[in-house]
Design a binder for this molecule. Structure first.
Ligand SMILES: Cc1cc2nc3c(=O)[nH]c(=O)nc-3n(C[C@H](O)[C@H](O)[C@H](O)COP(=O)(O)OP(=O)(O)OC[C@H]3O[C@@H](n4cnc5c(N)ncnc54)[C@H](O)[C@@H]3O)c2cc1C
Length: 390
């Protein structure tokens, strides 16, 4: 696939989850490509963790450091709802383990190189037709590339923002959490900013990841979330626990703009390229599936590919769900609790994991209160409907 005029067959912008997932696959390819990766970071922190539902064995099993056979939903009052699905667990993978493994693989491949401490600034098309190239401008010089995969973060207007702040804590005392169960959405309630809930992953008798999460129509500032998390830890009697690490962010759910126009030869991927599932904010497994498909295509001599278009039914269901949430944030806990109470756990997990069947969508519709969702189907040309056209 090498083109003599180009400095690289592929330049990847960003060595985060998507960039590293692709590069690590290409590093093990039997058809080596010259790959350059541009990444501003010069070192990696344990800045995030990724969770997903999978069976016990899969290609990342050895990176999974915790898993739970059961997961929980609860409101401000009333009993919690406990879900489990035979053959599936909710699995936890630490960012630091993922980064280490990917960097090791890349380090062992002479044709794959990371330029750390560099920022990509501009993409300029060079020539046209089959021999066209892309000049990647960085603050450390330029690179002529045959293809570019751009995973740089970008601001994306969205129907709903999932803003969260979390801490991994170590306590001198036993923590008040059931070790066998992940708290997916605990103490769901609303206030003037929207819905909030607690996400709790017990990582040992004295260790846990506790996150304060909000769904709202605008991103919530990190400092506000951190204060609210501190309040929640206080309510749980955990304010004396040692903070081992922090993670947080804002995930746009149901982005309302099309992908950016890019020069030929450039593909946008990762969160900026549609990796995040609109209804949930989950993206990790979708990024892994994309990296597999993209690496396969490149190995066979083709151009890189982006994330697949969302199937119509899934896209429509997510859009209606987010519109209903946005239209009446006060009722959001009621919607999630209705899904947790009435949908079979396996169907709900399939819905959240992009594997829903027709019957699962039917179950989803039957579980939710009818009126607010029907209202989203009636064409009225409201601002929200204009906004949510993902
Ligand atoms: C804290 C957190 C927890 C999450 N947890 C889950 C989860 O449990 N399950 C799940 O499915 N999803 C989760 N997600 C969502 C999603 O999986 C992650 O956001 C994932 O990291 C997205 O990968 P990415 O490559 O698109 O972005 P990133 O991993 O953020 O990578 C983007 C990269 O681009 C680099 N960059 C920035 N500017 C430039 C530039 N000018 N030039 C070149 N590179 C640049 C950055 O330094 C970074 O390395 C989580 C997200 C966050 C933030």
């Amino acid at each position: 696939m090498s083109s003599s005029a180009a400095d690289a067959d592929l330049v990847i912008l960003g060595a985060g989850c998507a960039g590293l997932s692709l590069a690590a696959r290409l590093a093990r390819s039997s058809n080596p490509l010259r790959v350059e990766i541009i990444e501003p970071r010069t070192g990696y922190d344990d800045d995030r963790s990724w969770c997903f539902w999978r069976p016990d064995r899969h290609d990342l099993t050895d990176l999974v450091s915790h898993s739970w056979d059961s997961w929980r939903f609860s409101g401000a009052r009333g009993p919690a709802l406990h879900h489990r699905v035979a053959g599936l667990s909710y699995q936890y993978l630490r960012g630091s383990d993922f980064y280490r493994r990917a960097l090791q693989r890349i380090g062992g491949a002479p044709d794959v190189r990371i330029r750390s401490g560099a920022h990509a600034t501009e993409l300029v098309p060079v020539g046209d037709g089959p021999g066209a190239l892309v000049r990647v401008e960085t603050d450390r010089g330029s690179i002529l590339a045959r293809h570019v995969v751009d995973t740089r973060p970008r601001a994306m207007p969205a129907a709903i923002y999932q803003s969260f702040s979390g801490v991994e804590i170590e306590s001198e005392h036993l923590l008040p959490f059931d070790q066998g169960e992940a708290g997916l959405m605990d103490a769901m309630a609303t206030d003037s900013t929207g819905m909030h809930f607690r996400y709790t992953l017990p990582l040992g008798p004295t260790r846990a990841l506790v996150e304060w999460t909000r769904f709202s129509v605008a991103p919530v500032p990190a400092a506000t979330l951190a204060d609210e998390l501190a309040g929640e830890l206080g309510r749980l009697g955990l304010d004396g626990a040692r903070v081992v690490r922090r993670e947080g962010g804002v995930l746009p759910m149901g982005t309302t703009v099309a992908l950016p126009a890019v020069p030929p030869g450039v593909v946008v991927a990762g969160n900026s390229g549609g990796a995040l599932r609109a209804a949930s904010g989950y993206g990790f497994l979708r990024i892994q599936a994309w990296a597999r498909a993209c690496a396969d295509r490149l190995e066979r001599g083709g151009p890189p590919v982006g994330h697949p278009a969302e199937p119509w039914l899934r896209r429509s269901m997510d859009r209606i769900f987010l519109q209903a949430v946005r239209a009446d944030l006060d009722r959001t806990p009621e919607y999630f609790l209705a899904l947790a109470r009435r949908m079979p756990p396996a169907g709900l997990v399939r819905f959240l994991s992009d594997a829903a069947r027709l019957g699962d969508y039917a179950g989803l519709i039957a579980s939710l209160p009818t009126a607010p969702f029907l209202r989203q189907l009636v064409p009225s040309g409201t601002a929200v409907r204009e906004l949510v056209r993902a």
